[in-house]
Design a protein around this ligand. Structure first.
Ligand SMILES: *[C@@H]1O[C@H](CO)[C@@H](O)[C@H](O)[C@H]1NC(C)=O
Ligand SMILES: *[C@@H]1O[C@H](CO)[C@@H](O)[C@H](O)[C@H]1NC(C)=O
Ligand SMILES: *[C@@H]1O[C@H](CO)[C@@H](O)[C@H](O)[C@H]1NC(C)=O
Ligand SMILES: *[C@@H]1O[C@H](CO)[C@@H](O)[C@H](O)[C@H]1NC(C)=O
Ligand SMILES: *[C@@H]1O[C@H](CO)[C@@H](O)[C@H](O)[C@H]1NC(C)=O
Length: 297
C-alpha cells in the first residue's frame, strides 16, 4: 500500500496550476473534490481503522504551523492550490463536518471527499479509505441537504456553477501492477472506465456540470516502480496510465456530446510529465529527477 509518489505529487501540482490558469477569481461559488492522496485534505484522519494516514511529520512541515494536517504532502496539495487559483478557501474534509456544524452552510461552500488510497474501483483499498463510490454516495447526501435547505432550483443552480474536481486512478493502476493473475491492460482499463462512467453519470444527475479531471501521471516513474527496472521507469505502468487517460478523456468527450449542459477540462498528466522528464534527461538538472523521497499514497 505504501507507494513512492513525492515527485509525482509535486509535478501533478505544477501541471494543474498551469492548467487552471484560465479560470477567473470569484466566478465559481464552490469546489467539490473527489479523489485520492493527491487531493486528500484530512479525511483519512477521521477513519479510525485506516492505516493510510499522513498524520505525522514530515507531512505538513511546510504548511501553516508546520503540523501534519492529514495531507500526504509537506505543504499545500493540489486541492489547496486549485482552490487558491479559484479564489476559494480549500474545501474542508467531509468527515470533519459533524452534527454541530451548520451543514447547509458547510456544504454550500464546497466539500472534499478525497481520501488517500481511493481508486476508481470500489475494491481498491476498501476498508482503508472512502472509496470512490462512497465519495459519490456522500455527495448525494450533500445534494439532498442543499435541496432541502434551498429548494431544488436554487440547489441545482448553485451546483451547476461549482467545480467538480477529480484526481483518481493511480491506486487502481498501482494495484494492478502488483497482481499476479490479471486481465489484459485494455480489459482492465475498460473496467476502470465503465466504473468511472457509472459514478460520473450519478454526479451529473445530482447536478455536476463543470468537471475538472486530472488524469494519472507516469506512475511507472514513481520510485517504487523504478526499482523494477534497473535502467528506467516501469513501462507497463506508464502504458496503463496512458491508456487510462485516453479512456477517461473519451468518456468525458462522450458525456459532453450526450449532455448539452456539461463542460469539462481534462489534463493528461502522463503526457505532460513525461515530456518534462525528457527535458530533464537532456539537461544537467539531474538532481530534479525522481529518485530519493518516499511517501504513502
Ligand atoms: C474540523 O472542524 C473543527 C470544528 O469545526 C475546526 O475547528 C477544524 O479547523 C476543522 N479541521 C479541518 C481540517 O477542516
Ligand atoms: C444554517 O445556515 C443557513 C445558511 O447560512 C441559514 O439560512 C440557516 O438558518 C442556518 N441554520 C441554523 C440552524 O443555524
Ligand atoms: C526499462 O526501461 C527501458 C528504458 O526506458 C525500457 O525500454 C524498458 O521497456 C523498461 N522495462 C520495463 C520492464 O519496464
Ligand atoms: C450517451 O447516450 C447513449 C444513449 O442514451 C448511452 O447509451 C451512452 O451510454 C451515453 N454515454 C455516455 C458516456 O454518457
Ligand atoms: C459550457 O461552456 C459554454 C462555452 O464556454 C458556455 O456557454 C456554457 O454556459 C457552459 N455550460 C456550463 C453548464 O458550464
Amino acid at each position: 500500500m505504501a507507494s513512492s509518489v513525492n515527485f509525482y505529487v509535486i509535478s501533478v501540482i505544477l501541471c494543474m496550476l498551469m492548467f487552471f490558469h484560465g479560470y477567473a477569481n470569484g466566478t465559481v461559488p464552490a469546489m467539490y473534490v473527489f479523489g485520492d492522496s493527491l487531493a486528500d485534505v484530512g479525511n483519512n484522519d477521521y477513519l479510525p481503522l485506516s492505516v493510510l494516514k499522513a498524520n505525522f511529520l514530515p507531512n505538513g512541515i511546510d504548511y501553516n504551523g508546520g503540523q501534519a494536517t492529514g495531507r500526504f504532502s509537506n505543504g499545500k496539495n493540489s486541492a489547496d492550490l486549485l482552490a487558491e487559483k479559484l479564489g476559494l478557501a480549500t474545501s474542508p474534509p467531509y468527515l470533519n463536518i459533524t452534527s454541530d456544524t451548520n451543514k447547509t452552510e458547510a456544504f454550500i461552500s464546497g466539500v472534499s471527499f478525497a481520501s488517500g488510497g481511493a481508486g476508481v474501483l470500489d475494491s481498491t483499498n476498501k476498508g482503508q479509505c472512502l472509496t470512490f463510490p462512497n465519495q459519490v454516495d456522500s455527495f448525494s447526501t450533500v445534494h439532498q441537504t442543499l435541496v432541502d435547505a434551498l429548494g431544488s432550483d436554487a440547489a441545482m443552480s448553485h451546483l451547476s456553477k461549482s467545480i467538480f474536481c477529480f484526481i483518481i486512478g493511480s491506486n487502481d493502476i498501482l494495484d494492478y501492477t502488483r497482481e499476479l493473475i490479471k486481465p489484459t491492460p485494455q480489459d482492465f482499463v475498460n473496467s476502470l472506465v465503465s466504473n468511472l462512467q457509472v459514478q460520473l453519470q450519478r454526479l451529473h444527475s445530482l447536478g455536476a456540470r463543470k468537471l475538472v479531471f486530472v488524469g494519472t501521471g507516469p506512475i511507472g516513474c514513481c520510485p517504487s516502480q523504478r526499482t523494477q527496472n534497473s535502467t528506467n521507469c516501469n513501462e507497463q505502468a506508464n502504458q496503463l496510465s496512458a491508456l487510462y487517460n485516453k479512456g477517461a478523456s473519451n468518456l468525458l468527450h462522450k458525456m459532453k456530446s450526450n449532455h448539452t449542459d456539461f463542460n469539462y477540462s481534462f489534463l493528461d498528466a502522463s503526457s505532460a510529465l513525461l515530456q518534462y522528464l525528457k527535458i530533464l534527461q537532456n539537461t544537467d538538472l539531474m538532481w530534479l529527477r525522481p529518485h530519493a523521497v518516499d511517501m504513502e499514497i
